[in-house]
Design a binder for this molecule. Structure first.
Ligand SMILES: [Zn+2]
Ligand SMILES: [Zn+2]
Length: 279
C-alpha cells in the first residue's frame, strides 16, 4: 500500500523539527509522498502559526527540499490555511503568491455570525476550559448555536476559498464527548448535511485526520463514523492524513485508517495529486 501524508507541521509553526527531518523520516518509512502544511501567517499574534517574517524562508526551504530530494520522494509545498471571515479569507493570494502546490482549509477559530469583533472568536482547538468559556460568553451557553456557527463557517470556506482539502471536519466534537450537544439530533444532522452537500458540489477532499486517536485525545478520527458514512453516500473524496507535528508521526495510524475506509466500503482514496485504488 502506498503511504503518504499531506498534513505536516514543522518548527516554522507548532511542529517540532526542521522540514528536512520530515523528508528524511518519510524516506526511511518508505513513503511515496509528503506535503507540508504549516499554519498560515495570521494578522494577529498567536502561538501556532508561521510568523510573517519567517514565511519567505518557509517557502524557500520547501522548494529547496523538493529539488534536492526529487529522485527519492515526492514533496509538495502547501499551507494549512485558517478561514476566519474578515481576518483570513484570501486563500488564493497565499497559494498563488508563493506558487504553492496545494492547501488545506481549516477552521480552528469561529467568528460569531454577523460579528467582526475579535472578542467574538471561539477557539475550538485549545484547552477545554477556553472552549467551554467561549460557548458561555459568546453564545450564552447555547452549544447548538456555537456548533452551527462552526459548520456554517466551514461551509462558507469551501464555497468561497476552494481549498483542495478540508481539515479535521468535525473537530468541534473534541471536547464534546456527548456532554454538550447531541450528534444524533436533527439540527446537528442538518448542519453537517448542508456542509457535506457543499463539499460534494465542489469536489473538495475530506481528510480522515488520525491525530486525535494517536495522541490519545479521542477515540474516533476526525471526522468520525457518522460523517464518513455520509461522505460515502454523497460520493465525497476522502484521504488519510496524520496532522504530524513530529517526523515520527508521519504515518501514525495510516494503516488503521485505510483499513477503516476499506471496511466501510470505500473503493479508493484521493489526494490533490493522485488517487489510490484499494485492492
Ligand atoms: Zn488544524
Ligand atoms: Zn494541522
Amino acid at each position: 500500500m502506498i503511504k503518504y501524508n499531506f498534513h505536516t507541521h514543522s518548527k516554522y509553526d507548532d511542529g517540532t523539527e526542521a522540514l528536512e527531518e520530515y523528508v528524511k523520516a518519510a524516506i526511511d518509512k518508505g513513503m511515496a509522498a509528503i506535503g507540508f502544511s504549516g499554519h498560515s501567517p495570521l494578522p494577529f499574534d498567536n502561538e501556532w502559526s508561521i510568523a510573517s517574517k519567517d514565511y519567505p524562508e518557509y517557502v524557500a526551504e520547501m522548494k529547496r527540499l523538493q529539488e534536492k530530494y526529487k529522485d527519492h520522494l515526492d514533496i509538495y509545498t502547501g499551507l494549512e490555511l485558517d478561514y476566519i471571515p474578515g481576518y483570513s479569507d484570501n486563500f488564493r493570494a497565499f497559494i498563488e503568491g508563493a506558487g504553492l502546490d496545494y492547501c488545506i482549509g481549516s477552521v480552528h477559530l469561529v467568528m460569531k455570525p454577523g460579528s467582526n469583533d475579535p472578542g467574538d472568536i471561539w477557539f475550538i482547538d485549545g484547552p477545554r476550559e477556553g472552549y467551554l468559556e467561549g460557548i458561555r460568553r459568546i453564545y450564552d451557553g447555547d452549544a447548538r448555536r456555537a456548533v452551527e456557527a462552526f459548520y456554517e463557517q466551514q461551509r462558507e470556506m469551501v464555497a468561497t476559498q476552494r481549498p483542495d482539502i478540508i481539515g479535521h471536519l468535525d473537530k468541534v466534537n473534541m471536547h464534546n464527548n456527548g456532554t454538550l450537544f447531541d450528534t444524533e439530533s436533527e439540527w446537528y444532522r442538518s448542519a453537517i448535511d448542508r456542509l457535506l452537500d457543499t463539499i460534494a458540489a465542489h469536489g473538495t477532499i475530506v481528510e480522515l485526520n488520525t491525530r486525535g486517536v494517536y495522541t490519545g485525545k479521542t477515540s474516533e478520527y476526525f471526522p468520525g463514523r457518522l460523517m464518513l458514512e455520509k461522505c460515502q453516500e454523497k460520493n465525497i473524496k476522502v484521504m488519510v492524513n496524520a496532522d504530524a507535528h513530529h517526523p515520527s508521526q508521519l504515518d501514525q495510524h495510516f494503516e488503521e485508517a485505510v483499513a477503516l475506509l476499506k471496511d466501510m466500503g470505500f473503493r479508493k482514496m484521493h489526494t490533490p495529486f493522485f488517487e489510490v485504488t484499494f485492492e
